[in-house]
Write a protein that binds this ligand. Sequence first.
Ligand code: MLT
Length: 408
Amino acid sequence: MALVNENYLKLPGNYLFAEIARRVSQFKNNNPDADIIRLGIGDVTRPLPAAVIEAMKKGVEEMSREETFRGYGPEQGYSFLIEKIIENDFRPRGVELAGDEVFVSDGAKSDTANFQEILGSGNVVAVTDPVYPVYVDSNVMAGRTGSTDGGRFEGIVYLPCTEENGMKPSLPDKRVDMLYLCFPNNPTGMTLSKEELKKWVDYARENRTVILYDAAYEAYIREDGVPHSIYEVEGAKEVAVEFRSFSKTAGFTGTRCAYTVVPRDVKVYDSTGKAHSLNPLWLRRQTTKFNGVSYPVQAAAAGVFTEEGKRQVRELVDYYMENAGIIREGLTAAGYRLYGGVNAPYIWMKTPGSMGSWEFFDKLMKEAHVIGTPGAGFGASGEGYFRLTAFGSRENTLRAVERIKSRM
Ligand code: MLT
């Protein structure tokens, strides 16, 4: 008799975005003429930059000739891409990394979900609340939690981000072993200054905590003083792993390419207290379970770092940030209380009155035909909030704001 991994039975029925898709498709079936505007899942809508397409085509072309054909690549990623990543994303910010500290992958979602696997099953995990559900769900699957009361899992330390603390979490009041931070934050769109982030790095150094830092939205930072990488903070290379993605930066949600930085100095401990570097453990995991990102896709990702590519990516990000501004201005003028959207493509709004977030989701879908993401889907502290993304087309963003103003 094959037994089930009972940890899976603790999870709510559907993954958040799958549940939203299910509700939208049901509504669409019942209302085939409804002109639905989707500002729910953070999925980009602009085409890939021309420099990326050109690099991808060249990569495909190379695969068609015997002299340039490539079979299995290095599981960790091709050095031509890793070198560009270090040279462009880190060195200008004063961060030096070795090539073997960067691991190219097919997505920050999979990396943030998989990384917990090389950490002890008895570790205490802390997350901000609201939080990107992947961090929690992957730890539930791994058995690091008890059951849920519907909003929170037993055994996880939740760090609330509320209006009272300006959506910025406080340090845990107990020792935690694994700490997930995402800045610019998904879903609140908020950021931490370098001084604020330093407190977390100091906490981790004092407590031998590993910080799992998701910086997938760093390209959206507009303000000075907001770190793009946790490694801009002194000491972070001893305690933090950083997840980055080409998805939101360069439109790769459907193309799939990301990378994770695992500095050699980040240590974890065995039961005798002996220290082990995380870097070779992640390499061991990846070389066993992952065969790398396809050559044309890595070639396309390298296209992001050409002069043309950098300019086109900036334009892409500017486009979405203009959408963020349109949502912020329009809804603020209509009386909504909003967070985010300044250094991030997400706008976190308080639902009107005391409406629950799923109730607001249904109402907005039915009356305005606009889809967002209910805050409660990101955790208990998200109840009473709603997330809109700036990743729609300009036209749809303008129409969605008008509909929310006039129909809600
Ligand atoms: C989101 O909407 O939160 C993101 O698109 C999810 C993801 O990147 O996996």
